[in-house]
Write a new protein. Structure first.
Length: 157
DNA sequence: ATTAATAGCGGCA
DNA sequence: TGCCGCTATTAAT
C-alpha cells in the first residue's frame, strides 16, 4: 500500500480526521475517535470533498459519490456490500436483507452486519441508511447517537 | 484447524 | 412469545 497521510476537516459537528493517499481515501474518523496518527499531515488531493462534508453536516445533499475510496483490506463480500450501500440514495433507507441481496448474496443478511462493522468509510459509505426491518435500534460503529442524528438530518430535508 | 460469535431476518410452534 | 437456521468474516481455542 502507498504511504498514508492525514488531513483534518473542521465542521459544525467537530473535527473529522481522514487517512488517505493519492489513490483514494483509506479511512474516516468521527470527531474524537482518531488514534494517534504518526504519518504526514497534508492537504486533501480532492479540494471539493471538504466543502461537501461541511455542506452535508449542515443538512444539504452532498455530491461525493465519485470520490475514490481505497477498499484494500476488505474481503470480497464486504467490498460488494459496501458498494451496494454507497448506492442508497440520500434520504432513503434499506434493510440488511435488501443490501445483502443487492451485493449478490440474498441470504447473507447476518454477514451484512459483520461487513458494516468493518466499514472504514462512514458517511461516504452511508452505513447509517441501513436499518433493521423490525424498527428496533440496530447497530453503528461510530459514536453513540450519530446514526440517529445523521438519519434525522437527511430525512428532515 | 476447528469452533464460537457477530451492526439481523423470517418462519414456525 | 421463543427457537431455529441461515451467510461471510473475524476472534478465540
Amino acid at each position: 500500500m502507498k504511504a498514508l497521510s492525514f488531513s483534518e476537516i473542521e465542521t459544525v459537528r467537530g473535527r473529522f480526521m481522514l487517512l488517505f493517499h493519492d489513490g483514494g481515501i483509506y479511512e474516516i474518523f468521527f470527531p474524537g475517535t482518531a488514534p494517534p496518527l504518526h504519518c504526514e499531515r497534508r492537504p486533501l488531493p480532492w479540494p471539493g470533498l471538504e466543502r461537501e462534508l461541511q455542506r452535508y453536516l449542515k443538512g444539504q445533499q452532498p455530491a461525493w459519490d465519485d470520490y475514490p475510496l481505497d477498499m484494500s483490506g476488505y474481503p470480497p463480500f464486504t467490498r460488494s456490500l459496501l458498494s451496494a450501500v454507497r448506492r442508497i440514495p440520500y434520504g432513503e433507507t434499506r434493510s440488511y436483507r435488501e443490501v445483502a441481496a443487492e451485493a449478490g448474496s440474498p441470504r447473507a443478511w447476518r454477514a451484512a452486519g459483520q461487513a458494516l462493522k468493518a466499514n472504514r468509510h462512514p458517511l461516504l459509505v452511508p452505513c447509517h441508511r441501513v436499518i433493521r426491518s423490525d424498527g428496533r435500534p440496530g447497530g453503528f460503529s461510530g459514536p453513540p447517537g450519530w446514526k440517529e442524528m445523521l438519519l434525522h438530518l437527511e430525512l428532515v430535508n
